[in-house]
Write a protein that binds this ligand. Structure first.
Ligand code: HEC
Ligand code: HEC
Length: 386
């Protein structure tokens, strides 16, 4: 277990949240969000820590990317306020919903983060159709008297863990040509790893555990509709745009925040072939790349979907993606957003998550199981550093 850093947040974050959530201290923010109707668990504060040496060049966790213009900062702040807003029935919440606020689920270690408790997971069933035609099941409904009531779950459900949104705008900026160049659907190089991409209209899927959603805007629109029950009659295009700005401008978790660099672990990562899917360096272009003068990010993903074997199947086969296919999750900040890990949160540790790899990742997982204790420890230390 690495040492735990003190629960402090960055000055900008404090100024921002101080305005709307009365308190500067993380525990007060937790309490404020709790009191305002969402369920936030106190162990969130456990992993709240300021980055080493004042943060990475890109920003602090929960903060916007560094170096924004005043106008961008104002949009980020306005989007943040909508992201943590607790919506009321009168404002259009429901009739079916999974939460009252985006931050109900995206909260570990800070707003914009992941959800680590089963109450924040979203259930899916092959036979279910939600308001956007996908397979999620609403956990709650609004009764005629305006009360929020839990709905019973049908038997054959699978759950999906809430992923963190840190650095999402940079992932959106990864060059499509680079991703397409990694495709190997017929496994021409015979390394057991193929990788597919989902075609969505005239673009490609890159978000969500299944990699079927092409943009942050689209994902957010669906999240408002499915998770909160807010449709375009209740949510203005401006509000959707602001929340999208907020998500796009969230900085990635700073490297080295929760662990120290392990060169040996980095070599093990390479030897085991982890880097063939969790690609360390991705070329980016577009507005954010120009803005911050960054042309590569270290996100440890290929943004492709892979067959992960029968044991990880979620039982949901669609026209776009099979029950065994999942998009390689980025590993940057992985230690701040779990445990648990994997699409349904079944893995209680990073080791368990790796051990569960099969299908295209079977060879990697086999090699992982035969590692010496030292190599295993160093690999895990390396992952925590990311
Ligand atoms: C009930 C919990 C819950 C709530 C509330 C919720 N989300 Fe999510 N969010 C999830 C889960 C679970 C996923 C993964 C979905 C999947 O891939 O099937 C997700 C994924 C996302 C993603 C894609 C992340 C990625 O890496 O691909 C975005 C963007 C997002 N949510 C934004 C929002 C916004 C904006 C709101 C508020 C309107 C919101 N979410 C509310 C649970 C939630
Ligand atoms: C064939 C591509 C592939 C290879 C090779 C691969 N992974 Fe993964 N990895 C994935 C996919 C896809 C998932 C998501 C699976 C799921 O959620 O069911 C994943 C999930 C993970 C997770 C959990 C992340 C989270 O946020 O829950 C960790 C940690 C991880 N991989 C580490 C590794 C390590 C270390 C190696 C090398 C031993 C490795 N992976 C090899 C594709 C791969």
């Amino acid at each position: 277990m690495p040492w735990e850093r003190p629960p402090t947040v960055s000055p900008l974050y404090r100024a921002m949240t101080g305005r709307i959530l009365w308190g500067a201290r993380p525990s007060l923010i937790v309490l404020a969000v709790f009191l305002s109707g969402t369920i936030i668990c106190r162990d969130q504060a456990r992993s709240q820590a300021s980055p080493k040496e004042g943060g990475s060049s890109l920003g602090y966790t929960g903060d916007p990317l560094q170096g924004l213009t005043d106008a961008e900062k104002a949009n980020f702040q306005a989007g943040f306020e909508l992201f943590v807003r607790v919506w009321r029935v009168e404002a259009g919440l429901g009739p079916l919903l999974n939460g009252r606020s985006c931050v109900t689920c995206h909260r570990v270690p800070l707003p914009g983060g992941s959800g680590t408790t089963s109450g924040t997971f979203v259930h899916h069933s092959p036979s279910s159709r939600d308001v956007v035609g996908k397979t999620s099941l609403a956990g709650f409904e609004i009764t005629e008297s305006g009360q929020i009531k839990k709905r019973p779950l049908t038997s054959s459900t699978t759950s999906r863990k809430t992923p963190a949104l840190f650095g999402l705008g940079l992932l959106e900026s990864v060059e499509t040509e680079a991703i397409l160049a990694w495709l190997d659907p017929e496994d021409a190089d015979a390394d057991g790893i193929s990788g597919r991409i989902v075609r969505v209209g005239d673009s490609y899927g890159r978000f969500g555990w299944k990699g079927t959603v092409p943009s942050i805007l689209k994902f957010n629109e669906e999240a408002f509709a499915v998770e909160l029950g807010l449709t375009d009659r209740e949510l203005t295009p401006r509000q959707l745009e602001l929340v999208t700005q907020y998500v796009r401008l969230l900085a990635p978790a700073p490297r080295g925040k929760f662990g120290d660099r392990s060169d040996r672990g980095a070599r093990v990562f390479q030897t085991l072939g982890c880097h063939k899917c969790h690609r360390p360096s991705l070329p980016i272009s577009g507005v954010l790349a120009d803005r911050f003068g960054v042309d590569r990010i270290h996100a440890y993903t290929d943004l492709l979907i892979h067959d992960m074997g029968q044991a990880l199947s979620d039982g949901i086969q669609t026209d776009l993606v099979s029950d065994r296919e999942f998009r390689t999750p980025p590993l940057w900040g992985v230690n701040a957003t779990g445990p648990p890990y994997l699409h349904d949160g079944r893995a209680r540790s990073l080791s368990e998550a790796i051990d569960a790899h099969a299908g295209e990742a079977a060879a990697s997982a086999r090699k992982f199981r035969s590692l010496s204790n030292t190599d295993r420890t160093e690999l895990i230390a390396f992952l925590k550093f990311l």
